[in-house]
Design a protein around this ligand. Structure first.
Ligand SMILES: [Zn+2]
Length: 267
C-alpha cells in the first residue's frame, strides 16, 4: 500500500508553459514498462537506476489549468494498470512586440515559401519520432559554457497586424566562430542548411527530446553519428534569416516547444 499512497501524494504535477517536467516513479516488482498518456500522446518512461523516469514537454501555448493524464503501467505478465495523474499548467507571461515594417521584409517569395513549407514538414517528421530510451549521459548544459540563460523564449511578435509564430527558442550572445557544444549526449538527426535557421544541427537525446542549434557558420558533425556530451558540434554564425551572429538554441520535447534552459535544472 505504501507505493499506492506515494502515487496519490504525487498525483499533481505543477509546471509552467514552455517548460520540461521531470516525472519519476519508484521501481515496482513485475513492472515491464510505463507510459504517460497525455491527450493523444503516449510518452515513454525509461528504467534508470532503480526508478522510472521521463521528461514531459509542456508547449509554450499549452492551455493553463489542470490536464488529466494517466500513467499506463504494463506488467511482465501482460496486465496493464492505468493510474490517474494531473498536470497543472501554470501561466507564464511572455512579452509581445508589435511592429510595422515594409511588407517586403515579412513576405517570402513563392520559391522560399515552398522551401520553408517542405522543411517544416521534414522537421515535424523528426520531432514525431521518439526514441524509446535515454541517450543522454549527464545533466544538460548550456551549449556555450558560462551562458546560463538566453533571451526571447516565448516572445510573441505581431508584424503589420499579423501574429507570427512565437519565438520558440532562446537566443544566446555569440560572435561568428564561437564554439557550440552539444548540450548533452545525443544522436545527430539533422545537420544541414535550412531556410529560416541557416546551418542547423538537431540532436536526439531519447524519449522524444531534441535540441536544435541554429544559424551556425560551420557544422562539425554528420547525420546518424553520436555526439558525446560537450563535444563541439559547430561554430556560431549568422546563416539563415537573421540580422547578426548569435546562437538560436531550442528544444522540442514530444513535439512541444520548450525553453531549452529549462532542461538545465533537471539532474
Ligand atoms: Zn532566435
Amino acid at each position: 500500500m505504501i507505493e499506492a499512497l506515494f502515487f496519490l501524494a504525487a498525483a499533481v504535477f505543477p509546471v509552467g508553459q514552455g517548460q520540461p517536467l521531470l516525472m519519476t516513479f519508484p521501481e515496482e516488482s513485475g513492472v515491464k514498462s510505463m507510459q504517460l498518456w497525455l491527450e493523444t500522446k503516449k510518452i515513454p518512461f525509461a528504467h534508470v537506476q532503480g526508478k522510472w523516469e521521463t521528461i514531459v514537454g509542456i508547449d509554450l501555448d499549452a492551455k493553463p489549468g489542470e490536464h488529466p493524464a494517466e500513467v499506463a503501467v504494463t506488467f511482465g505478465d501482460g496486465r496493464m494498470e492505468k493510474r490517474p495523474v494531473t498536470i497543472r499548467v501554470e501561466i507564464v507571461k511572455f512579452p509581445t512586440t508589435t511592429l510595422r515594417v515594409e511588407d517586403k521584409y515579412v513576405e517570402l517569395s513563392p520559391a522560399n515559401q515552398r522551401r520553408a513549407a517542405r522543411e517544416a514538414k521534414e522537421l515535424d517528421a523528426i520531432y514525431d519520432k521518439w526514441t524509446p530510451e535515454i541517450l543522454w549521459a549527464q545533466a544538460f548544459r548550456s551549449p556555450i559554457p558560462g551562458q546560463t540563460r538566453g533571451s526571447n523564449f516565448g516572445h510573441r511578435r505581431v508584424f503589420n497586424g499579423q501574429p507570427r509564430a512565437p519565438h520558440a527558442g532562446a537566443d544566446l550572445k555569440a560572435s561568428t566562430g564561437t564554439p557550440i557544444h552539444a548540450a548533452n549526449r545525443g544522436r545527430v538527426v539533422l545537420a544541414k542548411n535550412l531556410f529560416f535557421t541557416g546551418n542547423t544541427v538537431i540532436l536526439d537525446h531519447g524519449l522524444g527530446i531534441y535540441t536544435i542549434y541554429a544559424h551556425l557558420s560551420r557544422i562539425d558533425v554528420k547525420v546518424s553519428g553520436i555526439a558525446e556530451e560537450e563535444r563541439i558540434i559547430g561554430l556560431a554564425g549568422a546563416t539563415g534569416r537573421v540580422t547578426g551572429p548569435h546562437l538560436h538554441w531550442s528544444a522540442r520535447i514530444q513535439g512541444s516547444r520548450v525553453d531549452p534552459f529549462g532542461l538545465l535544472s533537471i539532474e
